[in-house]
Design a protein around this ligand. Structure first.
Ligand code: SF4
Length: 337
């Protein structure tokens, strides 16, 4: 069997169909210091569970680093490396290249070792983006996971390019002169990765509120080979200002309202997942975005026109984008219709 076919086999034939098929072992253990209801912590648990013991995790400074590697303690059972805030791409590349060199020289056993790098929205989509892009251009096996809590949460909820329209952060407080301080729409990172790096075989969006979908996406990314990328939207009770018991509900509402489309990019094709599939195919009606926004204190200053603007922007994603929820640029043919 050719190497390519073997990769396909690994990617598609080992899908987890029920939660009972998920591995029992935990490589992200209890005792970490994330906030109650932190969905990023759940994402770390999923990635460690699926990747198993032959894994090195590399983390850029952020919530998940501050909370998981406090001096003399760690919740990581597998080896881990800390890199500075913008260094995740370089550290990913360096780790994968070092493993390949050590194996080639016969200094360590030749075997698959997963290199998984996680970085927050500030460390991945803002200051770390150039390094991530660089890592995506080389032919090394590595997975970069962007855990997105829509702020720089470890430094007191600061605005980032991932902060949604109008959300309150310590840098975007509503005032009397201007109610909406964050006026730009959230950046779409997966489309940037797939449009700009043709060699990437697998990239996806995910949400810890959909465990099977998330576990399978991490599995597929690791078995696809080459550099791969996953962007996860992780509800954050501290930064989004809600009771921790609603984390799961907010994760599902983000998808059901259409704000956070779930999809995979596999070898040039977009595949929609979970409710997003039904939404794009017209079988499921999107819930009003108000249901999601009203549950979070960071949008408590919204008045009717803000809800309407938010809804209009989400409607556009599905009604006038060339690829619904993914690509905003229309081809000439479609634009003429
Ligand atoms: S601030 Fe948010 S992302 Fe950070 S540990 Fe707390 S809940 Fe998780």
């Amino acid at each position: 069997m050719s190497e390519e076919l073997e990769k396909e086999e690994r990617m598609y034939k080992s899908i987890i169909k029920t939660i009972k098929q998920a591995p029992l072992e935990e490589f992200y253990a209890s005792g970490h210091r994330t906030c109650q209801g932190c969905e990023s912590a759940l994402l770390m648990r999923y990635l460690a569970k699926i990747s198993g013991e032959r894994t090195i995790v590399v983390g850029a400074t952020g919530c998940m680093y501050v909370a998981n590697t406090t001096y003399y303690t760690t919740s990581w059972v597998v080896p881990w490396v800390h890199t500075q805030l913008g260094g995740s791409g370089g550290a990913a590349l360096g780790t994968a290249a070092a493993l390949r060199a050590l194996m080639r020289k016969g200094k360590i056993k030749e075997e698959p070792i997963n290199v998984i790098v996680f970085c927050g929205d500030l460390g991945c989509a803002d200051m770390g983006l150039s390094g991530v892009s660089n890592a995506m251009t080389y032919d090394y096996n590595l997975l970069i996971i962007l855990y997105d809590n829509e702020s720089s949460a470890n430094t007191d909820i600061q605005e980032t390019s991932m902060t949604p329209y109008g959300a309150q952060t310590s840098f975007s407080r509503p005032g009397t002169a201007r109610r909406i301080m964050k006026r730009r729409w959230k950046k779409s990172v997966v489309p940037m990765i797939i449009a700009g790096h043709r060699n990437v075989r697998y990239a996806a969006t995910t949400s810890p509120a959909y465990p099977l979908d998330t576990l399978n996406k991490i599995k597929k990314a690791l078995s696809a080979g080459g550099p791969t990328f996953i962007h996860s939207l992780d509800p954050c009770p501290k930064g989004w200002d809600y009771d921790p018991m609603y984390s799961h509900e907010l994760g599902t509402l983000a998808v059901e309202t259409g704000i956070w489309p779930l999809y995979e990019y596999i070898d040039g094709k977009i595949i929609y997942n979970e409710p997003t599939k039904g939404i794009v195919e017209g079988r499921i009606k999107r819930k009003p975005v108000r249901e999601y926004l009203e549950k979070q204190g960071r949008f408590s200053h919204f008045v009717e026109e803000d809800f309407e603007h938010f809804q209009k922007m989400v409607d556009e994603m599905y009604e006038s984008w060339e690829i619904p929820g993914v690509m905003p640029i229309k081809s000439v043919e479609l634009a003429r219709k």
